[in-house]
Design a protein around this ligand. Structure first.
Ligand code: G3D
Ligand code: MG
Length: 259
């Protein structure tokens, strides 16, 4: 017991109101924890211990106490966090696109200290009302990844049925130990149902190089020669835009000099 490595990981559940953050936490750790002190700062947390042969991990899971849209109180929320779970509701695409703002806030609030980010599509039990497909979600995650350079994992859950909840937190524990350079992790990484956005990019790179000779504009196939002509024209337009940009810059400088 005494030889166990001890870890304290602060995890934040972020995302718009009513997407299921509290339900996810309750499903994972059970109901009951509530602190009026923390309520006043707009957040609430509960702890859960995970013991393995080599490690004793304490997850401190923070959840917004119903003040999801009250940004001012959230500064303490991210401080010291090492993992971020960004949750959206698969019935509502705007909750997904909103996550970019939550991500920016998490990066800033944690002082860039968050090592692992998982995006969760929640409420997947509501199959009939689902409006964000897995493909749409992965595309969104990939865009966030390109924009921020952050590595994302993606998971689909139901706090109602419990689907993928335990697996997602186990996966998080594994990734956090890995991020701390631990080699002898005494439990397997359960990656079922969890997508690593980096892998997707690899797959894309290997299996579908950008077709050059058959660039299709309006559904028709064009030859390599035609493509080259188009490419030259784009180059001409690009050069002209650069010239215009340089002229505008000069004008702006002139105006500033005169002021
Ligand atoms: P929040 O903490 O992100 O604000 P909550 O969200 O956990 O309070 O959940 C908001 C509502 O969505 C709750 O319904 C909750 O029961 C429901 N919900 C959360 N997760 C799931 C899920 O996976 N599937 C389904 N079907 N519903 C879910 P109420 O009616 O209590 O507002
Ligand atoms: Mg809540």
């Amino acid at each position: 017991m005494n030889n166990l490595r001890k870890w304290n990981f602060k995890i934040v559940l972020a995302g718009p109101g009513a997407v299921g953050k509290t339900s996810i936490r309750e499903r994972y750790m059970g109901k009951g924890f509530e602190s009026s002190y923390l309520k006043t700062i707009g957040a609430d947390f509960a702890s859960k211990k995970i013991k393995t042969e080599n490690d004793l991990i304490t997850f401190q899971i923070w959840d917004l106490a119903g003040q999801d849209s009250y940004q001012a109180v959230r500064s303490t929320f991210y401080k010291g966090a090492i993992a971020g779970i960004l949750v959206f509701d698969c019935q509502d695409p705007t909750t997904m696109t909103n996550l970019k703002n939550w991500l920016d806030e998490a990066i800033k609030g944690s002082n860039n200290g968050i090592l692992v980010y998982i995006v969760i599509a929640n409420k997947i039990d509501l199959e009939e009302d689902r409006r964000v497909s897995r493909e749409m979600a992965l595309e969104f995650c990939n865009r966030m990844k390109t924009e921020t350079g952050i590595r994302f994992y993606y998971s689909e859950t139901s706090a109602l049925t419990g689907q993928n909840i335990q697996e997602t937190f186990d996966f998080l524990a594994y990734k956090l130990l890995q991020a701390n350079n631990i080699q002898d992790i005494a439990f397997p990484a359960n990656t079922d149902g969890i997508v690593d956005l980096d892998d997707i990019e690899e797959v894309k790179k290997e299996s579908s190089p950008i077709p050059v000779a058959t660039q299709s504009v309006s559904g028709d196939t064009i030859s390599l020669d035609e493509f080259k002509i188009l490419q030259d024209r784009v180059q001409v337009i690009e050069d002209r835009l650069n010239t215009i940009q340089a002229i505008i810059k000069k004008i702006v400088e002139k105006i500033q000099e005169e002021e």
